[in-house]
Design a protein around this ligand. Structure first.
Ligand code: ADP
Ligand code: MG
Length: 547
């Protein structure tokens, strides 16, 4: 397949002049029949990576996609471009599905979007046999491939069965695509989908035009308004809150202050949601105050800011949500007010849920990674990319930490104690146990492993548990320690830890503000957690943990 053809399709059908990032390489590789794994940030242009080869290759292309709404949007967009596309999911009536099947068998359809549970039905697999025999299968595209990962927030058990496709149709090229790029997820996708031999296309996750800023919360509304007044008096943006009630209250308050704000959450009726979404997309300068129900599939290029009044639940969420700003490549702001009290509520939510202990542990680690990032003193762009396993060349010179370096203390001694404690206990324990050893607390686990005998036992009594927690989080966020999620969350040293242990360099950490949560009574903490839990109705994670 010549690359001339790919370029022609790009121009004549999609109306673009140029491929972006790795698109062209992916298209050519697939058009020639290769398998691929594509990691590209949200908005990077993953769809074209399979849509163009689908058009270049003979036969029907099958696209597996987890969300009905996304499927419908994509199919409508393709139809408007004159591409014969259709979707097959539970929203179709039996007779509609039957008609579609006839169109497929007569070769009328070029790209078919299918829900994963539909794909596994034996009736559908027999249909594919027939297609294969008479029309041919162009390729299988597995979109949002991170849904195979049981550690992710979007785990879909049906994705696990997608290897059937490969077993049944070994000669049809496959491509898996995702915006979730951390190393464990990537490894899991490759393993679960049998993509060991697929070529990997990884594009940078850096968003150089986004300016990240994280402030400590004292009066969030006032802080938000000041941010809006000084930097975004007339701009479109999104303000994220955890609960529906807070969305309603914040939107009403902003309106009362003369701002052009609208609420959006899953508790509003469909008509209102659609109206607000349309206004946001079409009118200028609307501030959408929303829960995470807002955002998936929203493609508005000139969102100038994303503000968080509550902590997202992980680095992935933070990256996804802030990533909705500045899609047009122009300067945009990601602003967050972060309160240690919120962290305490979130922890409590995690702990009090009925989810399996294993799941809670993973979520706790994800929250800790985000927290470590909040506390970090280094460049935010570097912090984000490090989390996704990518290096960033130098400081960005525009994030909060680069512009105004935070107050720090010389944590070299504490860091050495922490790192050597990790080392002396075999690099397989989590923060809680390591802190017990450092402060010299005898727990059943300490006794079981005979860790009173370790040379770091009790050497860190001068710091509180909260201080040690912060030290560990910051060591992880700055890349001196790494968490092995698959191996029960044990902490391991990285190469970067060696010079610290050898006394060759110093470690400076952010002054740890006293966590507000520590001053709260237990009852107060748990009632705050309950409230937060009940409020987070739009977040499937919190709801799943509670269930
Ligand atoms: P992803 O699935 O990676 O989040 P999409 O495939 O939905 O991203 O694409 C995001 C936006 O970028 C869409 O509006 C799409 O039309 C646009 N886009 C993709 N590729 C190109 C390109 N080569 N030139 C211009 N715009 C593009
Ligand atoms: Mg996509």
């Amino acid at each position: 397949m010549s690359h001339q053809n790919a370029q022609e399709v790009l121009e004549s059908i999609f109306g673009y002049n140029q491929f972006r990032g790795p698109q062209q390489d992916v298209v050519e590789h697939l058009a020639q029949g290769g398998d691929a794994l594509v990691l590209m940030p949200t908005g990077g242009g993953k769809s074209l990576c399979y849509q163009i080869p689908a058009l270049l290759r003979p036969g029907l292309a099958i696209v597996v996609s987890p969300l009905i709404a996304l499927m419908q949007n994509q199919v409508e967009a393709l139809q408007q471009l004159g591409v014969e596309a259709a979707f097959l999911n539970s929203s179709l009536q039996a007779d509609e599905a039957y008609q579609l099947q006839q169109r497929i068998l007569s070769g009328d359809i070029k790209i078919l979007y299918v829900a994963p549970e539909r794909l596994m039905l034996s009736s559908f697999l027999s249909l594919l046999d027939e297609v294969q025999a008479h029309i041919g299968l162009a390729l299988f595209a597995i979109d949002e491939a991170h849904c195979v990962s049981q550690w992710g927030h979007d785990f879909r058990p049906e994705y696990r069965q997608l290897t059937i496709l490969h077993e049944r149709f070994p000669d049809v090229p496959r491509v898996a695509l995702t915006a979730t790029a951390d190393a464990p997820t990537r490894a899991e996708i490759i393993e679960r989908l049998n993509l060991e031999h697929a070529r990997q296309f990884i594009s940078s996750f850096d968003r150089p035009n986004i300016r990240y800023r994280i402030v400590l919360k004292n009066n969030a509304r006032q802080q938000l308004e000041q941010f809006l007044e000084t930097e975004h008096p007339n701009d479109a943006g999104i303000v994220y809150c955890l609960s529906r009630r807070k969305v309603d209250e914040t939107a009403a308050w902003l309106q009362s202050r003369g701002w052009n704000a609208l609420p959006y959450h899953a508790g509003l009726d469909a008509a209102t949601r659609e109206k607000h979404q349309r206004q946001f997309l079409r009118e200028e300068g609307i501030i959408m105050v929303a829960t995470i129900a807002f955002g998936m599939g929203i493609d508005k290029p000139n969102v100038r800011f994303v503000a968080h009044l509550d902590l997202p639940k992980s680095m992935e969420s933070y990256y996804q949500e802030t990533g909705r700003a500045g899609r047009d490549g122009l300067q945009a702001n990601a602003w967050m007010a972060y309160g240690l009290g919120d962290v305490v509520s979130m922890r409590q939510m995690l702990d009090s849920g009925d989810a399996p202990e294993e799941r809670k542990r993973v979520e706790r680690q994800k929250l800790d990674a985000l927290l470590g990032f909040c506390e970090a003193t280094g460049c935010r762009h570097q912090g984000i990319l490090r989390y996704f396993g990518e290096a960033h060349p130098g400081d960005c010179a525009q994030c909060d930490n680069c512009l105004t370096p935070p107050d720090t203390w010389n944590a070299t001694e504490a860091a050495r104690m922490a790192l050597s404690c990790v080392y002396r206990t075999g690099q397989r324990f989590g923060t809680g146990h390591l802190i017990d050893i450092l402060i010299g607390k005898v727990t059943p686990q300490v006794e079981r492993f005979n860790h009173q005998q370790v040379s770091t036992f009790g050497i860190g009594k001068q710091y509180s548990v909260a201080q040690w927690s912060s030290v560990f989080r910051q060591l992880a966020a700055s890349g001196l320690l790494e968490v092995d999620i698959a191996a029960y969350g044990g902490l391991r040293l990285t190469e970067a830890a060696r010079p610290v242990l050898r006394g060759e360099c110093e470690v400076w950490q952010r002054q740890d503000p006293t966590p507000a949560g520590n001053r709260m009574s237990k009852a107060e903490r748990s009632s705050r957690a309950k409230e937060a839990f009940a409020g987070a109705q739009d977040d499937p994670l919190w709801q799943a943990l509670r269930a």
